[in-house]
Design a protein. Structure first.
Length: 245
């Protein structure tokens, strides 16, 4: 009997909390003059603008390569290469070609993100909306990453691997440029006598991860601009939702 009373009390408390929460949301909406639909539309618009801009920027030639904040460097296993190969005649060119080719592969894969982003944005609920609206400067990006990271990894991985094998610098692919670099390093090691040889190759996995990191970073930049700078609220709904916040 005592257990039943406790359970009933918990139900009553939970119900009261929901009523208060709903009343609080209604009060917020009335104060800023927004409807549920406007909040959701505003957030979807912000994410669409941010993701579309990011994909467009990064898919251009040099989108990754000439942006130091998202530029993709060599995988961890190849870090020792920098000190050794630079001392070999033509070694610095091998490094430059490999890094450039890697970034070209990421730029080639970037458009794969668009339909996956659109699908995730379409599914935003009212509960999601208020959490995002009242969250931090990158709350929408965090939401988007949580909804899309696995799908984007699956979409990017084969595209990245195909791009890594595709000629991007004349007849040179990223995969072949990276192989030439590692081969030069291993040759300089004299069969592993002077320093350990590189025997692993995580290029595809590495480029996929770094390409996605750069993509989400760019989306977060766009979100910050929309939240903080009225000039980046490029539509009436963005002005209304983020101007009222």
């Amino acid at each position: 009997m005592r257990t039943l009373r406790i359970f009933s009390l918990l139900l009553l408390t939970s119900a009261s909390f929901l009523v208060v929460s709903c009343e609080k949301i209604d009060t917020i909406l009335q104060t800023v003059g927004l409807s549920n639909e406007e909040v959701i539309l505003g957030l979807k618009t912000a994410l669409n603008v941010g993701s579309d801009t990011s994909v467009t920027v990064l898919s251009k030639v040099d989108g990754y390569y000439k942006d130091e904040l998202v530029k993709i460097l060599l995988p961890d296993e190849a870090q020792p290469v920098y000190d050794v190969v630079n001392k070999i005649p033509g070694g610095s060119l091998l490094i430059d070609n490999a890094v450039l080719a890697i970034n070209r592969a990421a730029e080639d894969a970037a458009p794969q993100a668009k339909p996956i982003f659109v699908n995730a944005i379409t599914g935003i609920t009212i509960a999601d909306g208020f959490s995002i609206l009242n969250g931090g400067d990158t709350a929408a990006t965090i939401y988007l990453k949580g909804k899309t990271y696995d799908s984007l990894t699956m979409a990017f991985s084969p595209k990245i691997n195909a791009s890594l094998s595709k000629p991007v610098l004349g007849s040179v692919s990223a995969a072949s440029a990276y192989k030439d670099l590692v081969d030069a390093y291993n040759t300089a090691s004299l069969g592993g006598i002077l320093f350990p040889q590189i025997t692993t190759n995580t290029l595809g996995e590495h480029v996929t991860k770094k390409a996605l990191d750069g993509l989400y970073y760019k989306v977060s930049e766009e979100e910050r601009k929309i939240r903080k700078d009225p000039l980046h609220r490029v539509s009436e709904i963005l002005q209304k939702v983020f101007g009222a916040k």
